[in-house]
Design a protein around this ligand. Structure first.
Ligand code: PLP
Length: 416
């Protein structure tokens, strides 16, 4: 096969591929203790809300025809965009209009467009890079650059806290904001660590970005106003030069494949142009069933009263099981869990590396995600990167109970 350079990058094997394959295979076979993957949980009351909206649409031939049979513009569904404008203006005083929003085919594709818009070789032949200011960062960004090496990922500082907790912070003193950095991006809450970068840190990053005339991209896949899988208070952040990326996926609609970009109008125009080239138009089903819930203010209630409490209770349960199995037995630290559906565990004195642990656990029927995948494009060697794992605690209590016990035993008997 005679592949182009871009063809090679686009079709390379990646961490995200392994992760999604494991997720698909484990969920299909049903015989694994699944603590990997990032599939949102199926929450009955939330599914009920989607079902109701689908029934309303199915019962109305005109609405059904519009949802299934008419292309939207490449910017996205107009009614959905109007509701997003109203939501962000009325609840958060964002002062945006329809020209500030574009819909994408999942937020994964929003990042593909944004990273390749800002990162890569420019017309003068200089390599522009996206700065990810705090590793570990979302694995799904790693292979998105069509040019090589478009990311510069920066090592964080670590704050050790009581009760085996720790927290990563942005190392502002050493942030490499060189001339070739063309955008800054971070997920907040962060996949994988569950970190919520503080408001102060976000403001400081925004100022640094503005001084350099580059955008700050905030990945809000787990944040507010939806899906609200944050356990500390945060407000959606916006301003000139901010690109806020949201998603319908963690609401429980990953198959709707809808992401939302809110940004300055010139950025949105370019995203719309890219949408036309890549997708022609964006899938309408998710937008059609979510828009009425935004209009009636029910979406925020659903998030605050059902989705966040669901994940909070799963987290509390898993933390209790973790403490029972690990405390006084295993040398471990857990990242402060301020959001997401993951525990990020660090085993400082583990002798094997994270991928060996992953293979051993897979052999025992437990699926986790090796942490080193989330430290891609780090500029320096750091042994911490091979001593962490990510665990999704939100699927099923049996997997949490049995899986964490097997992980503890595997770590206790490392030499076997
Ligand atoms: N950003 C983060 C932090 C994620 O965890 C994910 C998916 O898990 C995405 C973006 C992409 O999600 P989607 O393409 O389903 O919107």
């Amino acid at each position: 096969m005679k592949l182009s350079r871009i063809g090679k990058n686009l079709t390379a094997k990646s961490g995200i591929l392994e992760l999604m394959d494991d997720l698909g295979n484990a969920l299909a076979s049903g015989d694994k203790l699944m603590l990997g993957g990032g599939n949102p949980a199926i929450i009955p009351e939330v599914t009920e809300a989607w079902k109701k909206q689908l029934e309303i649409t199915i019962g109305d031939n005109q609405a059904l025809g519009k949802m299934l049979s008419i292309y939207d513009t490449p910017q996205g569904n107009e009614f959905f965009i109007e509701q997003m404008v109203e939501l962000m203006n009325s609840h958060f005083s964002w002062n945006i209009s329809k020209e500030n929003i574009a819909i994408t085919s999942g937020s994964q594709s929003a990042f593909f467009t944004l990273f390749n818009m800002f990162g890569g070789l420019d017309e003068q032949g200089s390599l522009n890079k996206i700065l990810l200011p705090i590793a570990p960062e979302y694995i799904g960004y790693a292979n998105q650059g069509m040019d090589d090496d478009i990311f510069h990922v920066h090592k964080p500082t670590i704050e050790l806290l009581g009760d085996n907790y720790f927290k990563y912070h942005i190392d502002f003193d050493n942030l490499p904001l060189d001339a070739n950095i063309s955008a800054i991006c971070l997920s907040r809450p962060t996949n994988p660590s569950g970190n919520v970068v503080t408001d102060e840190e976000i403001k400081k990053l925004h100022e640094l970005a503005q001084e350099r005339g580059i955008p700050l991209i905030i990945d809000n896949a787990y944040g507010t106003p939806f899906p609200c899988i944050n356990f500390t208070e945060i407000k959606p952040y916006f301003g000139e030069g901010i690109i806020s990326v949201m998603s319908l996926s963690k609401l429980g609609l990953p198959n709707a494949r809808n992401g939302i970009i809110i940004a300055d109008k010139d950025v949105i125009q370019k995203v719309r142009n890219a949408n036309a080239i890549q997708h022609l138009s964006i899938g309408t089903i998710g937008q059609t069933i979510v828009a009425p819930l935004i209009k009636s203010n029910k979406l925020l209630d659903l998030c605050e009263q059902k989705i966040r409490p669901y994940y909070q209770s799963k987290k509390d349960f898993a933390l209790k099981v973790l403490r029972e199995n690990f405390d006084n037995k295993i040398d471990y630290r857990i990242h402060l869990n301020e959001g997401t559906m993951f525990f990020w565990l660090w085993f400082p004195s583990m002798k094997m590396d994270d991928k060996t642990l992953y293979q051993k656990l897979k052999g025992k029927g437990v699926i986790i995600v090796p942490g080193s995948y989330f430290f891609y494009a780090l500029q320096e060697e750091w042994d911490h990167t091979s001593k962490c794992v990510r665990i999704n605690y939100s699927y099923c209590e049996k997997a949490v109970i049995q899986g964490l016990e097997i992980i503890a035993n595997t770590l206790l008997n490392e030499d076997e």
